[in-house]
Design a protein around this ligand. Structure first.
Ligand SMILES: Nc1nc2c(ncn2[C@@H]2O[C@H](COP(=O)(O)OP(=O)(O)OP(=O)(O)O)[C@@H](O)[C@H]2O)c(=O)[nH]1
Ligand SMILES: [Mg+2]
Length: 192
C-alpha cells in the first residue's frame, strides 16, 4: 500500500494473475461494469491483439474513505502468455493483493501450475513470498462440462490453503465475490 499524503489517499494495487486465456480480462471487464460509475475510472485495455492481452488492462476505483483519507484501488491484469514474463513482473511490482484466475479446463492443468510457479518467482525477484501477499484463487470456467474438480485444483495449486472459490467469469459468477474476499484480506492486513 502506498500512502499519498499530498492527495490524502491510500493506494492499493490488486492484480489478476494466471495462465493465458484463463479469464483475467473477462473478470476485470465484468468488475468494471458492475462497480458504480461515480467511483470507477475508465477501463484501459492496452495493446490487445484480438482478445489477447499484450501489456495489461487497468482501471482505478475509489473504494471509500478512511478518516480524512480516500482509499483508491488500482486494478490490473497481466498478460498470461508465457513470453510476457517481464511485463508480468513489472505489473506485479508493489502488489497488495492477487486474484489467481485458474482455468478449470483439464487441458490447462500444466498451464495453471506453470503460471503459479511464475507468480511465485515474480514475487521472489522482489524479495517477497506468496504467503505474505493476500491472495485468492478463482477456479474459473466452471461451466465447462469436463471441468477439473475444485478440490483437485485446491490440492494442486493451493497447498497453502488460501481462500478459493468457483467462478464463471463470462457470466459474472464469482467475480465480485473474489474481489470482496480479497479486499477484506488486504484491508485486514493494513489494519494490523
Ligand atoms: N466457458 C467459459 N469461457 C470463459 C470464461 N471466462 C472467460 N472465458 C473466455 O475465455 C477466453 C479468454 O478470456 P480472457 O479474459 O481474454 O483471458 P485472459 O486471461 O485475459 O487471457 P490473456 O490476456 O491472454 O492472458 C474468452 O473467449 C472468454 O470469453 C468462463 O467462465 N467460461
Ligand atoms: Mg487478458
Amino acid at each position: 500500500m502506498r500512502v499519498n499524503v499530498r492527495q490524502r489517499q491510500l493506494e492499493l494495487k490488486i492484480v489478476y494473475y494466471g495462465p493465458g486465456l484463463s479469464g483475467k480480462t473477462t473478470n476485470l471487464a465484468w468488475l468494471h461494469q458492475r462497480l458504480p460509475q461515480t467511483a470507477r475510472g475508465s477501463l484501459v485495455q492496452l495493446d490487445t491483439e484480438g482478445e489477447r492481452t499484450l501489456f495489461f488492462d487497468y482501471f482505478p476505483y475509489e473504494l471509500g474513505t478512511c478518516g480524512d483519507y480516500g482509499i483508491k484501488v488500482d486494478f490490473f491484469t497481466v498478460p498470461g502468455q508465457s513470453f510476457y514474463q517481464a511485463t508480468r513482473r513489472a505489473v506485479l511490482d508493489g502488489v497488495d493483493g492477487i486474484v489467481f484466475v485458474a482455468d478449470s479446463d483439464p487441458e490447462r492443468e500444466d498451464a495453471n501450475v506453470l503460471a503459479r510457479e511464475d507468480m511465485e518467482s515474480s514475487l521472489a525477484v522482489r524479495g517477497r513470498r506468496l504467503q505474505e501477499v493476500p491472495h485468492v484463487y478463482q477456479w474459473n470456467k466452471r461451466d465447462l462440462p469436463n471441468a477439473v474438480p475444485c478440490k483437485v485444483l485446491d490440492r494442486v495449486l493451493n497447498p497453502e490453503g488460501a481462500a478459493s472459490l468457483p467462478a464463471v467469469a463470462s457470466s459474472g459468477e464469482g467475480v465480485l465475490e473474489a474481489q470482496d474476499i480479497l479486499l477484506q484480506e488486504v484491508l485486514d492486513r493494513v489494519g494490523t
